[in-house]
Write a protein that binds this ligand. Structure first.
Ligand SMILES: *Cc1c(COP(=O)(O)O)cnc(C)c1O
Length: 405
């Protein structure tokens, strides 16, 4: 069996087929392209036992990833992140079986590394000279780092407000970095114009190239594998561009085609911030697309996306899986960050904390039942957002004393 069973690309809106062995952006209709595989071939030639015997990274699913030649695999050890039970915190919000898939442990400290590893590997295989992207920070950091490892260039544009650490990650990896006084959509326009001037550069904005989502879908494969090839009842995901959510849904459909999971699909919850909730609003208004929101703001920077190219795919995945969409405030995010760290020791990113807050609210409203198996995605480490915790402690004199208790 070949290393990859990639067969072609397909327009996510019209189903039109595209050659997967050419560098591709979006479809003629301007919509995201999705990678398709010969799943019959994989079904006949690969067993769950074989997968179980492989190294613990996302490349263990290489038959359903797009890289054809393992020589192009660019890896820093991403994937197979822990699935942690949260007994104390879970019990406190009425969900004793709550689990967290902790993406804070991947290289670059956010799950963007999954998309970057697969996207950069495939770009390298197809002969791309440099990748170019707008970013809210974490994606730019991840793509710069993987591009460096692959020996290709990177051009990154991010808002001046993006977390400062992510600038440093780009710079240390040798990226060509620019800041813009605006939001990610402004950065996107700048990148688009630059790429038109530069031969050999590929624009790799969210869902404007087909392979980032392939990296992110491995979260879905891992969740199923880590639960013994069963799916949870509910998965909560903090959606910006929504790639991870669309990817997890795609993974579940592929797993069904492989016969590795049954009929049941996890109900997918799209979590956003009240400061930027275009997809949540569209969901509750019964729309199939979102509307651009002006003046968005949230400390959960990774989900500050005023209008996502794949919004219709997120809405489709949420509806098809029987899921829902919910927005939470920055105040709740901060409170949840501390509550979780106090109870379990884990410092999650604000986007992850947003999902915890959403789980609490959906349990309170009865949308999630007490005995349900619930997985929250923590998409990054809290260490990348040091300002979410303020420290107000006494300083002791050298000859002072620690107060008695
Ligand atoms: C990018 C990002 C998200 C949102 O991911 P999308 O795939 O754009 O929906 C969530 N959390 C963190 C930490 C991120 O960096």
């Amino acid at each position: 069996m070949p290393y990859s069973s990639l067969s072609h690309l397909e327009c996510s809106a019209t189903g039109e087929r595209y050659d997967a062995d050419q560098v591709q952006g979006v479809s003629a209709a301007g919509k995201p392209l999705l990678a398709r595989y010969d799943l019959e071939q994989v079904r006949a030639g690969l067993t769950k036992e074989e997968v179980a015997s492989r190294p613990h990274d996302l490349w263990r699913y290489h038959e359903v990833l797009p890289v054809r030649d393992p020589a192009h695999v660019t890896t820093l050890g991403e994937g197979m992140t822990p699935m942690l039970p949260l007994p104390a915190y879970g019990a406190s919000i009425g969900l004793p079986g709550l689990m967290m898939k902790d993406e804070g442990l991947v290289p670059t400290g956010s799950f963007k590394a999954r998309g970057a590893a697969v996207g950069v590997s495939r770009a390298r295989e197809l002969g791309v000279r440099a990748v170019a992207m707008p970013t809210n920070g974490n994606a730019g950091a991840a793509w710069s780092v993987y591009a460096a490892r692959a020996g290709i260039g990177s051009l990154i544009v991010m808002p001046v407000d993006a977390p400062e650490i992510t600038r440093r990650e780009c710079v240390v990896a040798g990226a060509e970095l620019y800041l813009v006084d605006g939001l990610i959509n402004h950065a996107g326009a700048l990148v688009k114009a630059a790429v038109e001037q530069r031969p050999g550069y590929q624009e790799v904005s969210t869902l404007k190239e087909p392979y980032r989502i392939e990296g992110k879908k491995t979260m879905g494969y891992e969740i199923a594998e880590q639960l013994g090839w069963e799916v949870p009842d509910v998965i909560l995901y903090p959606a910006g561009g929504g790639v991870g959510l669309i990817g997890i849904h795609k993974a579940m459909q592929e797993l069904q085609a492989l016969g590795w999971i049954g009929e049941k699909l996890p109900r997918l919850v799209c979590v956003q911030s009240t400061g930027c909730a275009p997809i949540v609003d569209a969901f509750h208004a019964g729309l199939t697309e979102s509307t651009l929101v002006e003046g968005t703001h949230t400390l959960a920077f990774g989900i500050n996306v005023p209008k996502a190219l794949g919004d219709f795919l997120v809405l489709e995945a949420v509806r098809e899986s029987g899921g829902t969409a919910i927005a939470v405030s920055d105040e709740t995010i901060l409170a949840e960050t501390t509550a979780l760290a106090h109870a379990e020791g884990s410092w999650v990113c604000p986007e992850g904390a947003a999902c915890m807050a959403a789980a609490r609210e959906l349990r309170e409203s009865g949308w999630i039942g007490e005995q349900e198996r619930v997985v929250v995605l923590n998409t990054g480490t809290g260490l990348k957002y040091p300002d979410t915790v303020s420290v107000d402690v006494p300083t002791l004199a050298r000859d002072g004393v620690v107060p008695r208790r």
